[in-house]
Design a protein around this ligand. Structure first.
Ligand code: ATP
Length: 234
């Protein structure tokens, strides 16, 4: 379970803020973090990962501070956490040294499944190949908490479907997953719950089951979140 209480995050060089009074993500939930550019998605994921200091508030993972749970977490971002001059093989060795749970046979299996050249420097990979590598590494960490920041951005529709399939087929099923994305249509059938941020505040928090019962789509929720902001701003 991920719990945020009175989280206040600001940057010294901008007016941007993230403020979350109370938010609980249950174990095993797959949650979409949605919102316009600059709404705070990355800031939220980074804060949960313990990257950057909070002004106030507390974030716990299974009741413990984030930094105590680091080896149970994987952060998958478009920027990539790999070492560009290394090869996938070297990167795997590096990860195995740092993450006791790192599953090298599974990593090798994923690299093979995605036909990645294991002995070539990662910097020479295409964007799609880098993302597949990043996801393979993230999944092979056998993490309990997977945080993914815009994993599908900049990819053509086929690469996006591939990435989504890779993600879903690689899960054990009991992981807690947070995915920030702008791809509402792609994600709707994958997530259990959607959290919509706007200007650093949670504007909507809905389960997909409830949405379906109400006959609404995620696009409707996004629009409502934006309109509620207009009233708020007025
Ligand atoms: N290091 C930083 N220093 C100053 N301001 C920052 C920093 N990082 C983010 N911000 C600001 O915080 C706000 C939220 O940014 P964030 O990257 O969390 O948004 P996002 O929802 O992930 O956006 P996008 O969809 O464009 O990736 C923005 O106004 C951004 O300019």
């Amino acid at each position: 379970m991920i719990e945020l209480k009175y989280v206040d995050k600001r940057y010294p060089t901008s007016n941007a803020l993230l403020y979350i009074n109370s938010l609980t993500i249950e174990t095993g939930e797959i949650v979409g973090i949605l919102g316009e550019n600059g709404s705070g998605k990355t800031t939220l994921l980074k804060s949960i990962m313990g990257l950057g200091e909070l002004q106030s508030g507390e974030i716990t993972i299974a009741g413990k501070p984030v930094l105590d749970q680091y080896e149970r977490m994987a952060f998958i971002t478009e920027e990539g956490s790999f070492l560009p001059n290394s090869t996938p093989l070297e990167y795997g060795e590096f990860l195995a040294a740092f993450f006791p749970r790192f599953d090298q046979p599974y990593y090798a299996e994923l690299l093979q499944r995605y036909e990645l050249p294991i002995r070539r420097a990662i910097r020479t990979f295409s964007k799609g190949q880098k993302m597949k590598l990043e996801m393979s590494a993230g999944l092979a960490k056998r993490a309990d908490y997977l945080l993914m920041d815009e994993p599908f951005v900049g990819k053509d529709v086929f690469a996006r479907r591939d990435s989504l399939k890779l993600l879903m087929s690689g899960l054990r099923g009991d992981e807690t997953v947070l995915i920030s994305t702008h791809l509402i249509d792609e994600i709707e059938n994958v997530i259990d719950r959607a959290i919509v941020l706007h200007q650093g505040l949670v504007r909507a928090d809905v389960t997909i089951d409830d949405l379906r019962e109400e006959g609404k789509s995620l696009t409707d929720v996004m629009l409502e979140a934006r309109q509620s902001n207009r009233h708020y701003a007025d």
